[in-house]
Design a protein around this ligand. Structure first.
Ligand SMILES: C[S@@+](CC[C@H](N)C(=O)[O-])C[C@H]1O[C@@H](n2cnc3c(N)ncnc32)[C@H](O)[C@@H]1O
Length: 164
């Protein structure tokens, strides 16, 4: 989610993964990603969509988001995101998410962002997901500035009745 033109999709394809949906609001970013992938682009479905409204062809085993969720700064937008994840990710599936941490910047690319602890992220998704792992890590930008990120791994419960 919010794939941009980043190297992750390239790495996944090179490691033999198929059935990948690369979703982004930006058609330009997806075009750049397609060009980077070359022939590997055939393993990827490019979806130009807003996460708040996106639909998938089938259940998602792994939802990955680095630095997209934190751009949603209203309760309504966050709720729409959480709902899309809940609809899309298969029971037993996982979410890997990285957002700015509580020590991270308050803006990115001139836009306001929300900042999260692992506990806050886990709480957002707690109705359907359990927190499996989390850590904070500084990302060093190309300009040498550290940006503190919170990373979480969430697991979707198979049985909603087992929810705490
Ligand atoms: C900071 S970039 C991160 C790109 C990539 N995940 C990475 O780590 O390099 C955020 C991406 O999220 C996309 N984005 C922002 N808001 C979005 C939304 N509402 N729906 C889908 N994509 C969105 C932007 O177009 C951008 O490509």
């Amino acid at each position: 989610m919010g794939a941009g033109a980043s190297a992750l999709v390239l790495d996944l394809v090179q490691h033999g993964y198929r059935s990948i949906d690369a979703v982004d609001l930006s058609a330009a970013a997806l075009a750049q990603l397609r060009s980077r992938l070359g022939e590997g682009a055939s393993a990827v479905r490019f979806v130009c969509a807003d996460v708040r409204e996106v639909c998938f062809d089938g259940p998602i085993d792994l939802w990955h988001d680095r630095a997209t969720f934190h751009f949603l700064t209203t309760a309504a937008d966050r709720a729409a995101y959480v709902a899309r994840v809940g609809e899309a990710v298969a029971p037993g599936g996982h979410v890997v998410m990285a957002t700015f941490s509580e020590h991270g910047p308050e803006q990115c690319s001139g836009l306001p962002v929300a900042r999260y602890s692992a506990a806050a992220l886990a709480a957002m998704f707690a109705q359907q997901f359990d927190l499996m792992h989390s850590f904070e890590l500084d990302h060093i930008t190309p300009w040498g500035t550290p940006q503190s990120f919170t990373h979480v791994l969430l697991h979707r419960r198979r049985d909603p009745i087992a929810a705490p």
